[in-house]
Design a binder for this molecule. Structure first.
Ligand code: HPA
Ligand code: ZN
Length: 351
């Protein structure tokens, strides 16, 4: 039965955005490291911090672009040393994600940030994977890991990281590409991604956040990605928008991140409604929630509050897109879509 979206009043939209089942496909686990946990782990591991307290650290979260954020993000991650630290980090994220009705999460992690400090890759992957298993057991939340290569580092470093990770191949479902986009085009990682595809890993890449539409094109053509992370600059090329729409190529959009990193001046100027109305498979995600002012539900609610062009139909579409764009199996996708339809049908019936 068709859902009567027009019967859902705008005033019930916030509650529906919060309660609807959803998948999160773009969250960097190191970006969910809250200042309180940074201080707790610094104390546990005897790491000195250049900030007096949580408030002073939080006050430093004023970014002018991607790089100004990355500098703090890598500094914060330095408190992560042991397997239990990675478990605690991911567990804190899962508690918040479950509260936001995330039923499935595909989580990025950056091994090079940690191995460069002498942390064994095993501590990173095993700690995170343990939290994923517990999230499934306690919350019924299916959680998967995606290993990201840092694009400001060399191809050789990426190959070395892949090699180190291979004994834990069964613990991650894919690879991604993150860190500073400008001057680090997808082509730099053509051979590593080819190897990853050969290994049967899923492949995704950040592109078109600060980088030009040409980076989205080379992520598709050279890396042969299955999703584009961010991708919001695609609108600068109408031909590319058409291509992405025809492919149903998912874009994992992160509205609060885009505003914090000055990709858009404000949420009111965000192009999410334009992307959806162009038929793109856009999704909403939190990126680095501890740094950007909110987890996934804050992204949904604040964006819908700021953009009057977004209606109940778009809310349903965004959640449906998140399931379609996930790497989950067809049976789970069908089940989550049924739950989504039920939530919207109930809201429409209540009027
Ligand atoms: N872009 C690129 N790299 C990142 C990001 C991002 O938004 N967050 C963490 N690493
Ligand atoms: Zn990101």
């Amino acid at each position: 039965m068709a859902i009567e979206f027009d019967r859902i009043p705008r005033k019930s939209l916030s509650a529906l955005l919060r309660t609807m089942p959803k998948a999160e496909l773009h969250v960097h686990i190191e970006g969910s490291l809250e200042p309180e946990l940074i201080f707790a782990l610094a104390q546990r591991n005897g790491v000195a911090l250049p900030y007096a307290d949580v408030e002073t650290l939080r006050a430093a979260y004023a970014f002018t672009d991607l790089q100004s954020f990355l500098d703090l993000y890598y500094a914060g991650a330095a408190v992560l040393r042991k397997e239990e630290d990675f478990f605690d980090l991911a567990w804190a994220y899962f508690e918040r994600a479950a509260a936001d009705n995330v039923v499935h999460a595909e989580i990025f992690f950056d091994p090079q940030t940690h191995t460069a400090r002498g942390v064994p890759i095993e501590a990173v992957i095993v700690g995170l994977e343990h939290a994923c298993r517990r999230a499934h057991a306690e919350f019924g939340l299916s959680a998967k890991l995606i290993l990201c290569f840092l694009r400001h580092l060399s191809e050789e470093s990426a190959f070395g990281t892949l090699q180190q990770a291979l004994p834990y191949r069964h613990h991650f479902i894919g690879v991604g590409l993150d860190s500073g986009e400008r001057g680090n085009p997808p082509e730099k990682f053509a051979r590593v991604f080819a190897k990853c595809r050969e290994l049967g890993l899923h492949v995704v890449a950040h592109a078109g956040e600060e980088g030009p539409p040409a980076y989205i094109e080379s992520a598709l053509d050279v890396l042969k990605v299955e999703r584009i992370d961010h991708g919001v600059r695609c609108v600068e090329s109408p031909a590319l928008v058409q291509r992405l729409a025809a492919l149903r190529m998912p874009l994992t959009v992160c509205p609060l991140s885009n505003v914090k990193l000055c990709v858009f001046k404000s949420l009111a100027e965000h192009n999410l409604a334009t992307l959806l109305d162009a038929g793109l498979c856009a999704t909403v995600n939190s990126d680095d929630p501890a740094y950007f002012g909110g987890y996934i539900n804050e992204n949904f609610v604040q964006t819908f509050d700021a953009l009057p062009a977004l209606h109940a139909r778009h809310a349903w579409q965004l959640a449906a897109n998140s399931f379609e764009a996930s790497f989950a199996d067809a049976a789970h996708k069908t089940q989550w879509l049924q739950q989504l339809d039920a939530a919207f049908a109930k809201a429409a019936a209540q009027g």
